[in-house]
Design a protein around this ligand. Structure first.
Ligand SMILES: *Cc1c(COP(=O)(O)O)cnc(C)c1O
Length: 373
């Protein structure tokens, strides 16, 4: 009997045993845009690289399997993946989205989607009653981030997808923060899973990419037509980088999580920190400092952790959401949602946790000395 491998094993083995001709253990990068046909009606299965590329295919099959889906699509960025999914909707449709949402997604919804005639309503997905009340006749989908960015609030995917089923809505989940190792939305009944693979899946702060997975054949066909029709596909080299990064995802996630736990313990006890937001899983946490004045000197005094706008890579990064990732959300809305000017976000890398802790402690101490709060 054939053994079904675990997610960790499948990740490591992705791309192996595919190249029958050479036996390459690492799937080669196919930099060919065109593929020869020997005659009319004859094909190797590939004809033009936007439609299908063998390297991209390794990635697409890997993510589909990992998320428990049947169709995977690799896009040129996380935003392109979101745009691909949104292209399923048409004028007059309405979508319900998490109120605490990645800033770029919010910007796309706000700036570009009105012109397509698709409305988005924002609801706290932890409040099931509010979600249900927001559903109208023309509501077509729930767009959920869990945990949310940067407030780290978790939604009940089971209950939400039940609600989605009852009202005939598509359930779309942005699974960037947890990755399929910590959460597989399709198991809870989600129809579509989205990733900014730029983050944990890639894991090395070196490639921008997005992924979409579904377990539904009709949706799969629609998404294929969108991906191929619009052409927001991921290139062969970037696909290869992503597969390479994903091979170590399981090891990395373990270390990210250990480090986040250790930093969480330190921050909880720190006198300059008023609140730490950590759901107990994953490598992301947010915290509030006592005074907004501490933020700039804190960031200036970091020597290991880098003040930069991304997450999920091996290097620890600290982000200031109110001026970076969430700057496009109107200030009153942003602050009402809890993304205040004292809120910092930390993506714990895989460095030694004592070094990360010492760096943040030092920077906080210097910030206090400089500002005398
Ligand atoms: C970064 C991010 C995106 C956008 O992905 P890009 O790869 O930057 O285009 C979408 N959703 C979440 C949760 C993200 O963190």
């Amino acid at each position: 009997m054939e053994r079904t491998y675990t997610k960790e094993t499948k990740l490591v083995q992705s791309g192996n045993r595919r190249d029958k001709r050479t036996g390459a253990v690492n799937a080669p990068i196919y930099m060919s845009t065109a593929f020869e046909h020997t005659g009319v009606g004859e094909s190797t299965g590939y004809d033009y690289a936007r439609t299908g590329n063998p390297t991209r295919e390794v990635l697409e099959e890997t993510i589909a399997e990992l998320e428990g889906g049947t169709h995977g699509f690799a896009c040129s960025s996380g935003m392109a993946a979101i745009q691909a999914v949104l292209s399923l909707f048409s004028q007059g449709d309405e979508i319900i989205a998490s109120v605490d949402l990645y800033g770029g997604t919010y910007r796309l919804f706000r700036q570009y989607w009105p012109q397509w005639g698709v409305d988005v309503r924002y609801v706290d997905p932890r409040d099931l009653q509010a979600v249900e009340q927001a559903i109208e006749k023309n509501t077509k989908a729930l767009f959920i981030e869990t945990p949310t960015n940067p407030l780290m609030q978790e939604a009940d995917l089971d209950a939400l997808s039940q609600l989605a089923k009852e009202h005939d809505l598509l359930m779309i989940v942005d699974n960037t923060f947890y990755t399929p190792l910590l959460q597989r939305p399709i198991e809870f009944g989600a129809d579509i899973v989205i990733h900014s693979a730029t983050k944990y899946l890639g894991g090395h702060n070196d490639v921008v990419a997005g992924l979409v997975v579904t377990d539904d054949d009709v949706l799969g066909e629609h998404l294929f037509n969108i991906q191929n029709g619009i052409g927001m596909t991921l290139g062969a080299f970037d696909s290869w980088l992503l597969v390479r990064g994903m091979k170590t995802l399981a090891l990395r996630m373990e270390k990210h999580q250990q480090n986040a736990h250790a930093v969480w313990e330190m921050l909880k006890k720190h006198s300059l920190v008023t609140e730490v937001l950590y759901p107990g899983k994953g490598g992301m946490l947010s915290f509030k400092v006592q005074d907004e004045k501490l933020v700039d000197p804190l960031l200036r005094h970091l020597r290991l952790v880098t003040f930069a706008e991304s997450l999920g890579g091996v290097e620890s990064l600290m982000t200031y959401p109110s001026v970076q990732t969430h700057a496009d959300i109107p200030e009153n809305v942003r602050i009402k949602n809890g993304v205040t000017n004292e809120l910092m976000r930390l993506s714990c890398g895989i460095e030694n946790h004592e070094d990360i802790i010492a760096d943040i402690e030092w920077a906080l101490q210097e910030a206090e000395r400089k500002t005398q709060v």
